[in-house]
Structure formats: structure tokens, C-alpha cells
Ligand binder design. Structure first.
Ligand code: NAP
Ligand code: G4F
Length: 325
């Protein structure tokens, strides 16, 4: 029997990699896309238009802030597995739009869980939770670490995390929360710090720019490769018993050191090209995220393999190729 998966956030970085993975595994894939005045399907169109995927990938209009559209997409797609990846995912933006962020990220998860409870209670549910929920708690962070979110985004995601656990305990839904540390790729949104840096390296190499302006260079993040992380999401939904898992590399790197890696990949000295400006700092920062993914290694057989230096290199190479057309 062909399995059916529903992915919210299919037009995003992770959604596009997950759609590819599930199509490779023989799934029929359904994706939720937002209506907007201009198309925002750059990542998913190559997959959607690939003749090999004809009839196996269906896109449905909907929005995490609108229950009716979520109920409709659940009824139409009749999913075996649901991956809730849709979110206002930018931490800095969440300070400017706290109410919208809570609606899309916290209430959105509840709207979808409720749509499933009432229409497809046998479906397995994955919630895209985040290391941002740990916030101020010192590393290494793991599944049992105390949460202390530092942004409206982190607080909204924590609400969704506990809602997922509550639907599992209260209604016996197969619902899991994947607590993923930062993961990047050439498909990363352009305003996240890694991609902002690698695009700047490409522009500087091409003579189109001379510098990039960043905020806090001291922040430490545990950066892995998104393509590997979507495999972990899928594995979480294949377990006999639902549980929550951290996915991380276990290596922490400062923003400064990521810049050094990206610039030195093309023989440049980052100190000659990176400027700082307080306008890119946040009202409250998460100083250090570094995950302990031993539970995922033991129970899912999942391990990150791409190093942060390799990741920086592959992102720079892709951004240079993109600029060259
Ligand atoms: P992303 O590239 O920003 O993608 C977000 C997706 O959500 C996009 O498809 C976006 O649609 C969609 N979306 C936003 N608001 C929506 C709404 N109101 N209704 C319907 N769809 C909406 O994020 P990502 O990096 O792939 O991350 C995937 C998920 O994992 C997110 O929930 C994120 O918060 C979480 N997460 C990410 C990381 C990470 O390091 N990447 C780590 C931990 C957790 P448009 O294309 O129309 O904007
Ligand atoms: O790349 P960032 O914006 O990612 P952040 O805030 O860690 O959030 C990402 O990872 C989370 C997982 O922990 C996800 F849940 C979330 O959806 C998102 O994918 O910033 C990383 C660090 C921060 O400390 C930030 O203050 O880089 C610092 N930074 C320094 N200069 C900057 C900049 N961040 C951005 N976006 N832009 C800068 O110019």
C-alpha cells in the first residue's frame, strides 16, 4: 500500500528536502502552500515539475492561521503521516510580529492537531520543534533539559511542543516532537546568518560587494546539514512507540568562526569583510546551543555526518554557482 504524507511548510528548506526523501521512498506526497500575490515555490517547483513525480505530489492551498483550510487539506489528503514544518521561523522577525508568530507557530500546531484528532486520528504527526526552546539554559541540551525560551518564536514553539505531547497523552495520537538544532543548506532562507554569510562571500568573490554587516558574532550554534535532518524526522515516525528526540551534531561554532570558515573557503580573510551593527542584534539573545543527540543515535540509528566546515564550503560553492548563473 502506498503511504500518503502531508507536509506543511513544503515550500521551505526542510519541506523541500523532506518531499524529495518521501518521494524517493515511494510515498504519495501532499503539501500545504500559502496563497500569496506572487509565487513562492522556488524550492518545490523543480520537484513538483519533475516528470518522475507526476501524480505523486499534490499541492493544496491553505494557511496555518486558518482552521478551515487545515481541515480541508486533512480530509482531501487522508494522510498516514503528517509533518508540521510550517512556521514563521525567523527568530528576529518574531520580536516584530509576536502575535502572528504565536498564531502560526503555536495555534497553528493546535489547529492541525485538532483537525487530525477529528478527521484522521490514526495519522502519525511530527511537530517541528526547536533548540530555541532551550534558550538560556546552558549546553549540552538534550530531551530532558529545562526550557527557557528567549523569543516570541521560542515561546510559541514551546507551546506547540507541549500541545503535541498533550495530544499524545490525552487522545493517544501518535504525535512526536523533533527538537532540531540549527540545520542549514544551499536552500536556507537568505536572511539566516549562515546563508547571509555564504551569499556575501559569493558576491564579494564576484566583485559585486565588499562587505557584509552582521549582529552578534559571539553566539554559538550547533549547525548541521538539513538534508540529513529530514531523514531523522522520517525515522521518528517509524518507531513502534512515539517519542521526542533531539537532532544535533554535538559541535558548537560561533558566528565568527562560521564566517572564518566560509571566507577562507575561497581564500579570503573574514576580518577584512565583516562589519557589525547593533541593529542585527536581538532584544534577548540565545547565547549557546549545542545538542546531545545520543537518544536519536541509540533509538533511531541517526547521526549527523556533515561537518560545519564542509557545510560552509558546500553553501559557498552553491552560492558562487548561483551567481554565475
Ligand atoms: P523555512 O524555510 O522558513 O520554511 C517555513 C515554511 O513554513 C515555508 O514553507 C513557509 O511558506 C511556511 N509557512 C510560514 N507561515 C505559514 C503559514 N501561516 N501557513 C502556512 N505555511 C506557512 O523553515 P525551515 O528552516 O525549513 O524549518 C522548517 C520548520 O522547522 C519550521 O517550523 C522551523 O521553525 C523549524 N525548525 C527549523 C530549524 C532550522 O535550523 N532550519 C531548526 C529547528 C526547527 P512560504 O514559503 O510561503 O513562506
Ligand atoms: O541564523 P539565525 O537567524 O538562526 P537562529 O536564530 O538560531 O534560528 C534558527 O535556528 C533555530 C534552531 O535553533 C530555528 F528554530 C529557527 O527557526 C531558525 O532556523 O541566527 C543564528 C545566530 C543568532 O545568535 C543571531 O543573533 O546568529 C546571530 N546573528 C549574528 N548576526 C545573526 C546575524 N543572525 C541573523 N539572522 N542575521 C545576522 O546578521
Amino acid at each position: 500500500m502506498t503511504k500518503r504524507a502531508l507536509i506543511t511548510g513544503i515550500t521551505g528548506q526542510d519541506g523541500s528536502y523532506l518531499a524529495e526523501l518521501l518521494l524517493e521512498k515511494g510515498y504519495e506526497v501532499h503539501g500545504l502552500v500559502r496563497r500569496s500575490s506572487s509565487f513562492n515555490r522556488g524550492r518545490i517547483d523543480p520537484i513538483y515539475l519533475d516528470p518522475a513525480n507526476q501524480g505523486r505530489l499534490t499541492l493544496h492551498y491553505g494557511d496555518m492561521t486558518d482552521s478551515t483550510s487545515l481541515i480541508n487539506v486533512v480530509r482531501e489528503s487522508r494522510p498516514d503521516e503528517v509533518y508540521n514544518l510550517a512556521a514563521q521561523s525567523h527568530v528576529a522577525v518574531s520580536f516584530e510580529m509576536p502575535e502572528y508568530t504565536a498564531s502560526a507557530d503555536a495555534m497553528g500546531a493546535i489547529r492541525l492537531l485538532e483537525a487530525l484528532r477529528q478527521n484522521a486520528p490514526e495519522a502519525r504527526f511530527y511537530q517541528a520543534s526547536t533548540s530555541e526552546m532551550f534558550g538560556l539554559t546552558p549546553p549540552p541540551q538534550h530531551e530532558d533539559t529545562h526550557f527557557h525560551p528567549r523569543s516570541p518564536y521560542g515561546a510559541a514553539k514551546l507551546h506547540a511542543h507541549w500541545a503535541t505531547i498533550n495530544y499524545r497523552e490525552a487522545y493517544d495520537l501518535y504525535a512526536v516532537s523533533g527538537i532540531l538544532f540549527n540545520h542549514e543548506s544551499p536552500r536556507r532562507g537568505e536572511s539566516f546568518v549562515t546563508r547571509k554569510i555564504t551569499r556575501a562571500v559569493a558576491a564579494i568573490t564576484a566583485g559585486r560587494a565588499t562587505s557584509v554587516t552582521l549582529g552578534n558574532l559571539d553566539a554559538v550554534r550547533d549547525w548541521g546539514y538539513a538534508k540529513e535532518y529530514v531523514e531523522g524526522m522520517w525515522r521518528m515516525l517509524q518507531q513502534d512507540v512515539p517519542g521526542d528526540y533531539v537532532l544535533a551534531t554535538g559541535v558548537g561554532t560561533t558566528v565568527r568562526d562560521f564566517a572564518e570558515m566560509a571566507f577562507s573557503h575561497v581564500g579570503l580573510d573574514w576580518r577584512e569583510h565583516v562589519e557589525t551593527d547593533a541593529r542585527f542584534e536581538r532584544p534577548s539573545e540565545v547565547p549557546e546551543l549545542l545538542g546531545d543527540a545520543s537518544r536519536a543515535a541509540a533509538e533511531l540509528g541517526w547521526k549527523a555526518t556533515t561537518t560545519v566546515r564542509q557545510l560552509a564550503g558546500l553553501m559557498v560553492d552553491t552560492d558562487i554557482a548561483l551567481l554565475q548563473g
